[in-house]
Write a protein that binds this ligand. Structure first.
Ligand code: ZN
Length: 609
């Protein structure tokens, strides 16, 4: 309890307090949210709904007013604003030459000061019962005191209960002459058809980003606020087609940034992911650098961004890049001029094929995100796939080129074949002049056949080539690997095995091999001593020596091994059997059986020698 010395002092203090309160109220009064402060007052100033505004204006000019309208469309696109302008215009006493309200007559003033009795707004979301509608119907009967029309705006009309709708039907069909209903809704499909058929329906568009930006720019200039165009684009994008949202966001950003609205501050305040991340990521994808991609993703998560929000953003980024690839679609890019430049630059280094694949991957990732049991890995996997696109495309291109070359070769060989066939055919025709029709048919079938034969022949040829190359490759590999040392025992077994292998084909050499022990002279040089020069020549001419050498190389796992075939001069010492000629055998047989000489003499069976 405060005690004052005199009544005068008390009056003085009370007066001071009063002034203070008045002063504070004045300051508070100064701020009105932009959405209210800049609410359009004429049809011309309505943003992004020019067609609807023009239609309504024309209807007023021609005095062809319906008694019920439905304004439907997303939130914040100007439905209620248009309804208010409409109500104001039809009640104006002296509309101007453009058909707009004058703003000066008693009715217009009443509208401007929010005290008009010609407009009634009902929120159907909270007044949705039959009782509420009955109250409304009672009100509708009373004609307006000033002006011609009473306009009833019913917001969120889809929230009315079915019985309330039915109670409303009769009034809606035959309202009093002074009543106009405007039903606003965001969900037209929830309104029963009997209501829809009694109304004129106007579909409001979402407001484009460009329109939103232009309008915010106007407000910013009016409020003496500096701005970066990119910042306003972010606001417009975040608003998603709703002007009211855009203006609310703008107010929020202004209270955060002050009088300078910058891109950096806006994305910070609105928690929007910077474009820069997507540009960096795409560069990493093109370079096949999955490590950078994964680290950028980690950085984004650590800043508190939602992973699905990120993947959707990445998807739109690819979409924007795709749109930039062609001048016909370039207008679909809805970003500020600086960022648009970056988009164009990046679009130049991305192929359309890359973007298609990337869109496919990000979209699939977004769709499967909710059901994934490890969501982070789910996205990381997508990032790895994106980093692999360029490589896989290169491989595809290469294989396509190879296939093309094969096709060319096929065609060329096919042509050759057909030319050969044709010449053969003409030669045949020349020889057989009197051919019957059936026979010609046969020849045609024969002529067509070789094509397939040639292709088959070609493919088998390529197969064999492939096999050959494979073999040589394998051999090369082996050559590289084989360099092992070996013992005398190992050499001996290898030698015996080789002889066994030759036993069938080259019996003579096999027996010679068995009879002779290989001698390892110097390093990796194996000496094969044979009895006669004929043997040596035969071994070398027929390539058997080479085969033996290869066999030994393989068996001993040493490619440095060489075979040196020598004729043993000291033949007597060697206990190996001689190689018998036919005359040797004859001589032996004669010695064993002397009768053979008589036999030969009688029948003159002598050698040519
Ligand atoms: Zn007026």
């Amino acid at each position: 309890m405060v005690f004052y010395k005199s009544q005068k002092e008390q009056i003085f203090h009370v007066t001071i307090a009063g002034f203070r309160l008045f002063f504070y109220l004045c300051i508070m009064e100064q701020f009105i949210v932009s959405a209210r402060k800049y609410r359009p007052l004429t049809f011309a100033s309505v943003v992004g709904q020019s067609a609807i505004a023009q239609t309504l204006k024309n209807a007023i000019e021609r005095k062809q007013l319906a008694h019920a309208y439905i304004f439907c469309g997303p939130r914040g696109v100007g439905k209620t604003t248009c309804a208010r302008i409409f109500a104001k215009t039809i009640n104006c006493f002296s509309p101007d030459s453009n058909g707009d309200a004058c703003g000066e007559c008693e009715s217009c003033k009443a509208f401007a000061e929010n005290r008009s009795y010609n407009i009634h707004e009902l929120d159907a979301a909270s007044n949705n019962s039959v009782e509420d509608i009955r109250n409304l119907i009672d009100q509708v009967r009373v004609p307006p005191q000033i002006g011609k029309y009473s306009v009833y705006i019913i917001d969120e009309v889809h929230m009315l209960s079915p019985s309330a709708f039915n109670a409303f039907l009769k009034t809606l069909e035959e309202p009093p002459i002074h009543a106009v209903f405007i039903l606003a809704t965001t969900e037209k499909h929830k309104i029963i058809p009997t209501i829809l058929s009694r109304c004129q329906i106007y579909d409001f568009n979402r407001i484009s980003i460009e329109d939103t930006v232009v309008y915010i720019e106007k407000i910013a200039k009016n409020e003496n606020i500096d701005y970066e165009s990119e910042a306003l684009h972010i606001i417009a994008q975040k608003a998603d087609g709703s002007m009211r949202d855009a203006l609310s966001i703008f107010d929020q950003v202004v209270s955060f940034c002050g009088t300078n609205v910058t891109y950096a501050k806006v994305i910070e305040n609105l928690n929007v992911l910077d474009y820069e991340y997507y540009f960096r990521l795409t560069n990493a994808f093109i370079g096949g650098d999955y490590c950078t991609a994964l680290t950028i993703f980690d950085e984004i998560l650590s800043k508190g961004f939602d992973a699905q929000y990120f993947i959707r953003g990445l998807n739109s980024h690819f979409r924007d890049l795709l749109v930039c690839k062609d001048t016909r679609t370039a207008s679909l890019l809805e970003v500020g001029s600086t960022i648009a430049e970056s988009y164009k630059k990046q679009a130049e280094i991305c192929s359309v094929a890359f973007l298609f694949t990337a869109l496919d991957i990000t979209n699939a990732c977004d769709v499967g995100y909710k059901t994934s049991s490890n969501q982070r890995l789910h996205i990381e996997l997508a990032l790895c796939k994106l980093s692999n696109i360029t490589t896989s495309h290169k491989i595809e291109q290469q294989s396509a080129k190879i296939a093309e070359n094969i096709e060319k070769n096929k065609q060329e060989t096919g042509k050759q074949q057909t030319v050969e066939q044709a010449t053969a055919k003409t030669a045949e025709e020349k020889t057989k002049n009197n051919l019957t029709i059936d026979e010609t048919k046969e020849t045609t079938t024969v002529a067509t056949r070789p094509e397939t034969v040639s292709i088959k022949g070609f493919s088998s040829l390529t197969e064999s080539i492939n096999i050959d190359t494979k073999d040589t490759k394998q051999e090369e590999n082996n050559t590289l690997q084989m360099n092992e040392s070996f013992t005398e025992e190992q050499l001996l077994t290898a030698w015996k095995n080789c002889a066994a292998m030759f036993a069938k084909k080259h019996t003579r050499f096999a027996s010679a091999m068995i009879a002779t022990k290989p001698v390892c002279e110097a390093e990796n040089v194996i000496v094969f001593n044979v009895q006669q020069i004929v043997q040596k020549n035969a071994l070398e001419e027929k390539g058997i020596a080479k085969n033996i050498c290869l066999y030994l190389q393989k068996e001993l796992k040493n490619t440095a091994v060489t075979l040196d075939v020598r004729v043993d001069q000291s033949g007597d010492k060697v206990d190996a059997p001689k190689l018998y000629t036919d005359s040797d055998k004859e001589k032996y047989m004669r010695e064993k059986n002397p009768e053979l000489a008589n036999f030969q003499a009688t029948f003159e069976l002598y050698d040519a020698k």
